[in-house]
Design a protein. Structure first.
Length: 445
């Protein structure tokens, strides 16, 4: 075996990582032949499972046919067909798709496109962006400014453009101290206040995750929340950008998560599951009239990217979509996702340290608390969720972590397995999480 020289700048600097050797289905095996159930699909990315030959063959064939083709010089069949496939599944008149490499890029492009749409329509004073606290949109400077995850931003605040923020639809910890439904969706009405107080003529767009992912652990907004948001945006001529990088591509049981709420955004972003974890691929979808405003006026979106509209990535994305369609995996997420949620609630909700379990499809959050009655979180300095994650990992189960749910404190697990997980595997997973909780808090005293 070739010795690893150690020149990598790794993602984790505080611990030694095992060397992955193979990955098939929902399992990863390291070089010591230890097997891990990938119950988070990495960073909520792997939806069709690891090691799909169909995707590998599509990418291989495309490389041999034509690989890098600059998108200002040619178009290619895989790029055209992927855009057409997404348009058929997208709600309303979201008919145009711009292909990129990652979720951060897609959100960055969406922010810029919203600004340019206003310019093309003669509304040049509209430049400000509104996001939500406890949100995640990526780590490029524009998407980082839009993000509401404070711990990721503080070191880079001097580099960031101003972005306004309103509270998230987080009923378990309502920012207004209210209860649903008597609150009358106060958190949605906060958008109207922000727009009015900031000057509607200055606001370009509102960006939000359709279903918040890792930052507040799969917190489903009230059913009317997004409709109220969309009405407010329309009233003030503010574009609605829905970030579906994590929750899209079937993760919640719909191709587009906004279909759960009967809302059509002006711009939607996709990533992660669009390439199934096999290849770097993301997309921005936009309504046809907005596309035409750019096309018919300046004739060009003031954006680009060396690896945008890449035919090899698009071929992989097309193959992934074919798998999801042929194996009816999106429908499977609806039924099996409900089973997973019921298992989590049955086995984990009675535990004294589990405050809330919420989610949809194969995207579930388990919030961890010190005091269940008062919802008091553990101090972040204790790194509770990191400890639980480590113990689970050592047992051979991989989940995702969420921190900072209650101010700077708070912990949660995110459970988001590939869509092919079976009933026995779900039982194994939930039992492993329960055993880990019992052992961890017994040892913790």
């Amino acid at each position: 075996m070739v010795e690893i020289p150690g020149n990598l700048f790794p993602r984790k600097l505080d611990r030694h990582l095992p060397m992955a050797k193979t990955a098939h289905g929902i399992f990863i095996e390291d070089e010591n032949k230890k097997q891990y159930m990938d119950a988070s699909g990495g960073a909520v990315v792997v939806n069709a499972g690891h090691g799909r030959e169909k995707i590998a063959k599509a990418i291989y064939d495309q490389i041999l046919s034509h690989d890098y083709i600059h998108p200002t010089m040619f178009t290619t069949r895989p790029v055209e067909m992927l855009a057409a496939s997404l348009a058929r599944k997208a709600p309303g008149d979201i008919n145009r798709f711009y292909l990129l490499s990652g979720g951060s890029e897609a959100n960055e492009a969406a922010i810029k496109l919203a600004r340019q749409i206003h310019i093309e329509n003669g509304n040049e004073t509209k430049y400000r962006l509104i996001g939500r606290w406890k949100s995640y949109h990526g780590l490029t400077l524009g998407s980082l400014a839009a993000m509401g995850r404070t711990s990721f931003k503080t070191s880079f605040v001097p580099l960031l453009k101003e972005c306004l923020h309103i509270p998230a639809p987080y009923c378990y910890r309502c920012s207004f101290g209210l209860k649903y439904p008597s609150c009358k969706s106060r958190c949605a009405l906060a958008l109207d206040e922000m727009i009015v107080n900031s000057g509607p003529e200055t606001i370009s767009a509102f960006i939000a995750e359709t279903i918040p992912g890792a930052t507040i652990a799969a917190c489903i907004p009230p059913k009317e929340y997004l409709k109220i948001i969309a009405e407010i945006c329309h009233h003030h001529n503010v574009l609605l950008i829905l970030d579906e990088v994590m929750c899209g591509m079937g993760r919640t049981g719909e191709w587009f998560a906004c279909n759960h709420f009967d809302v059509i955004p002006d711009i939607v972003t996709l990533g992660k599951g669009l390439g199934g974890g096999v290849i770097a691929l993301s997309a921005l979808g936009v309504k046809e009239p907005h596309f035409n405003a750019v096309k018919d006026n300046s004739g060009s979106f003031m954006h680009g990217g060396t690896f945008s509209h890449h035919p090899v990535a698009a071929a992989g994305g097309l193959a992934l979509i074919e798998i999801l369609e042929q194996e009816k995996l999106i429908q499977r997420v609806k039924t099996e996702g409900e089973k997973l949620g019921n298992l989590l609630k049955k086995h984990l909700l009675p535990l004294p340290q589990v405050g809330d379990i919420r989610g949809k499809g194969f995207l579930w959050g388990v919030e961890i608390v010190k005091d269940k009655k008062t919802k008091r979180p553990f101090q972040r300095s204790l790194k509770i969720v990191e400890g639980i994650w480590k113990d689970l990992f050592e047992r051979g189960y991989i989940v995702y972590t969420s921190t900072g749910l209650a101010g700077a404190n708070g912990d949660a697990l995110v459970i988001a397995p590939p869509f092919i997980i079976n009933d026995d595997e779900m039982e194994m997973l939930v039992n492993a999480i329960k055993s880990t909780f019992l052992d961890f808090f017994k040892e913790d005293g």
